[in-house]
Write a protein that binds this ligand. Structure first.
Ligand SMILES: Cc1ncc(COP(=O)(O)O)c(C=O)c1O
Length: 451
């Protein structure tokens, strides 16, 4: 590793950072992380802090999961790469197919299509949705519906179904045929409705209305996160996703669950869809499938969709999508080890317990500090505090104050993620009770320093 002077001098000078303004990265250089162990990370100055971000919602098993590292090393030694484009396969992906089949059987998802990450998974799922309808003779079903505040990555199809202008405006025009429904976000919504159940019904009514307006026969799929993540951790009322499922079924629209964050235990269940008792038609996964140690993802596909493709005799179901790194054997080996560890440690139950602990703690902080306008979570290890400069008007907090809070929390020993007015928490699922308290204490210090 280069010495710290070199790293600091060159920090953000020759590289542009995703989701950042290049000039801001130069003016306020990012923290340089050089080590990770358990749920902790160490920066270039030797400060070790608890990572309440869990990498980027993906390092569910922590930074030193030896079985995953060993599996990657062994696979690199044996076969570092081979393609699975038509005509060839590799042993690791075949074995993983079986494991994923079993893992998601309860969600009704039995086939996997491999990708290199979450944005790829979204792209593939949306493309397969159109192809499904074309293959079965409804070629007019080409549109997509999604939720405002939803996040589906940054490929152009994903950005087109994204529900946050930050990821859209500078890249417009996006894909035609994408339409958005209000999110079941009780703190701010166009209906001014604070009751989660009533709000869920209003959003479902908006979905029905949009389907009637567009014409069901023109819509391929509805894509949603079972718990909205990057948009600020928005868990809908328990009636919402089942309601979406029922509406989609009634109108012949496929339901794609974007589970890049919740799949593999983060919601306190093995999938976010299962958390709400819903079986989607397709599910996008990535992130925790390899604990973040290798870029990899999988779109899981239901029997209903699979049968249309597998029984096609016209050639329309031939899949013209895929990536050089779809089914990368090192990623597959990492995923095999990761899923085995995920199940062995039963991380979903710890995610549920620690998630409740953190949610309760955040609510106590809301009582203590006026700048905490809203606290969201309570469904596994994903939680957020939305900060306001005035609790009455709900005016969002300014950038400088939230940046100061972020810094003070870091200095108190915990890395959190700041996104707009939200402080987002998504720690590793192996977090202990004491470590959850460390996060809450550091946030208390951070809030205290700016309140
Ligand atoms: C729900 C959801 N979908 C898609 C993505 C995009 O995944 P990636 O960043 O791996 O491309 C993310 C990333 O955070 C996500 O949260």
């Amino acid at each position: 590793m280069k010495d710290s002077n070199f790293l600091k001098k060159h920090n953000a000078r020759q590289i542009w950072h995703p989701m950042a303004h290049p000039a801001d990265s130069i003016a306020n250089p990012p923290d340089i992380i050089v080590g990770g162990e358990g749920v902790h990370i160490t920066d270039v100055d030797g400060n070790t802090v608890l990572d309440a971000v869990g990498g980027l919602w993906n390092v569910n098993l922590g930074f030193s999961c030896q079985p995953v590292k060993d599996a990657i090393t062994a696979q690199l030694d044996r076969l570092p790469y081979y393609s699975i484009f038509r005509g060839t396969s590799n042993d690791a992906v075949i074995e993983l197919g079986e494991v994923l089949h079993d893992f998601f059987a309860e969600d009704g998802l039995t086939r996997a299509f491999y990708t290199s990450g979450g944005s790829d998974s979204v792209e593939i799922a949306l493309r397969l949705a159109r192809q499904y309808h074309k293959t079965r003779g409804e070629a007019g079903r080409v549109k997509y519906l999604s939720l405002k505040k939803g996040y589906h990555g940054t490929h152009t199809l994903g950005a087109s179904v994204n529900g946050n202008s930050n990821f859209r405006t500078q890249y417009e025009p996006l894909m035609p045929g994408c339409f958005h429904i209000p999110a079941p976000y009780t703190y701010r919504n166009p209906f001014n409705e604070t009751d989660p159940e009533k709000l869920a019904q209003l959003c479902l009514a908006a979905l029905e209305d949009e389907i009637a307006f567009q014409g069901a026969e023109t819509i391929a799929a509805f894509i949603m996160e079972p718990i909205l993540g990057a948009g600020g951790v928005i868990p809908p009322h328990e009636s919402f996703m089942p309601g979406v499922r029922e509406i989609c079924d009634r109108h012949g629209i496929l339901l794609v669950a974007d589970e890049v964050i919740p799949a593999f235990g983060r919601s306190g269940d093995w999938s976010g869809s299962r958390h709400w008792g819903v079986k989607p038609d397709m599910m996008t996964t990535a992130k925790a499938i390899t604990n973040g140690y290798f870029p990899f993802g999988a779109v899981m596909i239901s029997d209903k969709v699979a049968e249309v493709f597998e029984n096609d005799t016209t050639g329309k179901a031939s899949i013209g999508s895929g990536y050089t790194y779809s089914g990368h054997p090192v990623g597959a080996a990492a995923a095999l080890a990761c899923i085995a560890e995920t199940k062995r440690l039963n991380v979903k139950d710890n995610a549920a317990a620690r998630g409740t602990q953190i949610f309760d703690g955040l609510n106590r902080l809301k009582e203590k500090y006026d700048i905490v306008g809203d606290v969201r979570g309570g469904h596994g290890l994903m939680a957020a505090m939305e900060l306001v400069s005035d609790p009455e008007t709900k005016k969002p907090i300014d950038k400088k104050t939230i940046a100061a809070l972020h810094r003070a929390t870091y200095e108190a020993g915990v890395m959190v993620r700041v996104s707009g007015p939200n402080v987002i928490l998504s720690p590793s699922l192996i977090l202990s009770e004491a470590e959850a308290n460390t996060i809450l204490d550091a946030l208390d210090s951070g809030l205290g320093s700016v309140a």
